[in-house]
Every structure is written in C-alpha cells, then in structure tokens.
Design a protein. Structure first.
Length: 175
C-alpha cells in the first residue's frame, strides 16, 4: 500500500512543493486517499461481519455523507439559484452509479477479498483523474504522471500477492 501511495505522490509531482496547482486541493486529495484506505480497514474490522447486507451498509454510509454535507454546505457556499435539468440529472446519475453502486461493490469486495485489496481501488483515482484531465479538459500530460501511475499499479499488484509461507507461519504462532 505504501508503494501505491508513493505512486500518488509521484503523479502529483510532490517535489514541486507549492507548484502542484491548487495546494489545498492537492492536500485534500492526498488526505482523501489516506483516509479512504484507513476507512476500508475500519469497514473490514467492524462492519462486514456485523450481519448487515452490503446494500444496508452502503445506504447508511452514503446517507451519512449526504447529511454531513447538508449540514456543512450552508457555511461554505450560497444556495443555488437554479437547477438546470442536464446538470441536475448528471448529478443524480453520478451519485447513483458513480457513488452508490461503487460503494455497494466495494463493500462486497471488502467482505470477499479483504480491506487491503479493496483499499487499492482508491489509488486508481489519480489514474482516472489524470486521464480525464488530459482527454476531457485538454490538460498537458507531464512525464511524472504516467511514471507515478505505473508505480501505483505496481503497488496494487504487490498488494494482491499472497503472503509468503514464512509470514504465514509467523501469523499462526501469533494467534
């Protein structure tokens, strides 16, 4: 997982210091990657064996997030003056498919494959966002972005490897 996170730092070009574009946004993205990884460990430890379905857990998490946003948003921005149809429908589709369905799949993945494997999904966000920036927004691809993406993918691949027999024996003795 550390290698995957190192790849995220390379994608950002962290050695540029404050020249990462919006430093607040970059810091928030790094914080999100860290807390999402930790969050899935929490889910595995306390929620997947709770007897609740993936649908119930996903619904509760997305609802809690929506309530939190509803409480904080009035302090951060003003109320919208209109709700254009295309943008509103896009928001509903992204929320339903991009978030709701993704959480549903993610809870099943945590239950079936474990938190480490499931949390590696969060490291794919910089790869997708970099590609979207280049393709959709016409941003320039910098050399370190594909290099960092390869490091991320290497970290994800290493996280998938089975534990060695020596570490397996160590775990058995520790029980």
């Amino acid at each position: 997982m550390a290698i995957g996170f190192l790849g995220v730092l390379v994608v950002f070009g962290i050695w540029n210091g404050a020249n990462v574009g919006d430093p607040v946004g970059a810091g928030m993205a790094l914080g999100a990657a860290l807390s999402m990884g930790a969050g899935w460990v929490y889910v595995r430890r306390f929620l997947t064996d709770s007897g609740h379905s993936s649908v119930a857990l996903s619904t509760a998490q997305v609802t809690a997030g929506a309530v939190e946003l509803a409480l904080v948003t009035p302090f951060l921005t003003s109320a919208p003056t209109s709700f254009p149809v295309v943008q509103t429908l896009s928001l509903i589709v992204l929320g339903t498919l991009g978030t709701g369905l993704a959480f549903l799949i993610q809870y099943g993945l945590v239950r079936d494959a474990g938190a480490t494997v499931a949390s590696m999904v969060t490291y794919l966000v910089p790869i997708v966002s970099t590609a979207a920036g280049v393709v959709i927004l016409g941003e320039m691809l910098k050399w370190h972005q594909p290099v960092g993406e390869l490091v991320i993918l290497a970290g994800a691949a290493l996280a998938q490897r089975p534990a060695s027999s020596a570490s397996g024996k160590h775990r058995e003795r520790g029980k």
